[in-house]
Design a protein around this ligand. Structure first.
Ligand code: FES
Ligand SMILES: [Fe+2]
Length: 356
């Protein structure tokens, strides 16, 4: 083993950092700590605001292993709650989306208002009409930005706009979502840890090797990649070459800690949510928008993006197999070639090893 390799116990050479230990990508105890210290403390993208247009419209989801839902309240505000009846813990809402004016538990029929207040607890002595007073739904934070609805379990987390940081200014240079039409959603699952996928999403070092078509479509000298501390993300400023039927255009890709990818361009937008399912397993949800009336033309953009995602997922799954095989303990990350990955891994270390 080479001297200086962190595997051998030596210090990493200047400009290089030891990568996260391979065991962190497979260990259920690390996964549990990530849920508690990372995913429960950050905002999670839950819905498109148009899915919650009318009072009673809801979307259910899971954040850090906790079932939650977001609902449009009677006064037009967004409400979000743990999807959890206060009686004996049944989920209240079992569909992914729908509309209800009253939230009735399917187990024993306790009912709650859209504001989360318990209205009826049938057969509970003296509480038939109103229910026990401390049994309202447990609230979760919800907020919207640019037509997207986010939720957060942590009352102490920064507000959504602070969490997004400089993404707000970058997004202002691209069409707002309300001017675009929703093109579609895709869902995938993969045998890679969310960190293997994020390590990869945070750097452009792999681009010429893993994404030959994408690399050929970009003006190489125009690509700029840097870390943004305000908002904890890695930004890739890119320029697409002109191609038949498509003028040259600029774009901005973002890997936002811990699990959100945003791809802005002059005439379309897509994003991807990285969902940790288990150690070494992830799900991806991907949403696409394009100019109204141009859905057919933009199918090809969605297909090309999907091909890139498949290339990423395939290399991450192959990496994951080696991380699990037990030979590789830790490698090296270059601050110069892959500063985004170095930044991502620093954030993971700080979250998992720092004060609670
Ligand atoms: S668990 Fe909801 S009414 Fe019993
Ligand atoms: Fe990639």
């Amino acid at each position: 083993m080479a001297a200086g390799n962190p595997d051998s116990g030596g210090a990493a050479p200047p400009g290089l950092a030891p990568s996260l230990p391979a065991s962190w990508y497979c260990d259920p105890a690390v996964f549990a700590r990530e849920r508690e210290r990372i995913f429960a403390r950050h905002w999670t993208l839950i819905a498109r605001e148009e899915q919650l247009a009318a009072p009673g419209d809801f979307v259910t989801d899971t954040i850090a292993g906790c079932p939650v839902f977001v609902v449009r309240q009677a006064d037009g505000a967004l409400g979000a709650y743990h999807n959890l009846c206060r009686h004996r813990a049944s989920p209240l809402l079992t569909e992914e989306t729908g509309r209800r004016q009253v939230l009735r538990c399917p187990y024993h029929g306790w009912t709650y208002g859209l504001d989360g207040q318990l209205r009826k607890a049938p057969g509970f002595p003296g509480r038939e009409a109103q229910g026990p007073s401390n049994c309202d739904l447990l609230p979760v934070r919800a907020a919207a930005w640019n037509g997207l609805v986010f939720a957060c379990l942590d009352p102490a987390a920064p507000d959504l706009e602070d969490w997004l940081g400089e993404i707000l200014e970058i997004a202002a240079g691209y069409p707002p979502l309300e001017t675009l039409a929703f093109l579609g959603e895709q869902r995938f699952e993969g045998a890679a840890d969310w960190k293997a996928y994020s390590d990869n999403s945070a750097e452009g070092y792999h681009l010429p090797h893993v994404h030959k078509d994408l690399a050929a479509a970009l003006v190489r000298e125009a690509t700029e990649i840097r870390n943004y501390e305000r908002g904890q993300f890695v930004g890739f400023s890119v320029r697409y070459k002109a191609s038949p039927g498509w003028p040259e255009s600029r774009g901005f890709w973002i890997y936002k800690f811990p699990g959100l990818l945003l791809h802005f361009s002059e005439n379309e937008f897509n994003l991807e949510r990285v969902i940790p399912l288990a150690p070494g397993r992830l799900a991806l949800r991907r949403w696409f928008w394009c100019p109204p009336g141009e859905q057919e033309k933009f199918q090809v953009v969605m297909e090309e993006s999907t091909a890139v995602m498949r290339e990423d997922l395939a290399i991450c799954e192959a990496v994951q197999r080696n991380l699990e095989a037990g030979v590789y303990r830790s490698g090296l990350v270059s601050e110069e070639q892959e500063p985004g990955t170095a930044y991502f891994q620093r954030l993971v270390r700080e979250a998992l090893e720092g004060p609670a």
